[in-house]
Write a new protein. Structure first.
Length: 107
């Protein structure tokens, strides 16, 4: 959900075939993780705040169920127009003092 400016009030999960191993989807509140990290590893968090963190996500054009990301830029940004996808990406402004999100849109 890194590409959406507002998070949903509800999430639903469905599994038609239960995996033999794993299959869990962790959900955490990022501000809780931040607070705990700051308490336990203050020097590390200070470095992140000072130097930042670059999160890079490369989206192909179409969905790929064999990829860990799964979704391409067309379905992520709900358009078939690359320029509109880039406009929607930049309009999100998912940047703060710690994380710099960079998404590369491939054709």
């Amino acid at each position: 959900m890194a590409q959406v400016p507002e998070f949903p009030s509800k999430l639903f999960f469905f599994c038609e075939v239960e995996p033999k191993n794993g299959g869990e989807t962790p959900i955490v509140l990022s501000h809780v993780v931040y607070d705990r990290m700051k308490d336990r590893y203050p020097e590390f968090v200070e470095k992140l705040e000072k130097f930042g963190l670059l999160y890079v996500r490369v989206l192909g054009e179409d969905d790929n169920p064999n990829s860990p990301i799964g979704r391409g830029w067309k379905s992520t940004f709900m358009t078939h127009d690359r320029n509109i996808a880039q406009q929607r990406l930049y309009s999100i402004q998912f940047y703060n003092h710690i994380i710099n999100l960079h998404i590369q849109i491939l054709s």
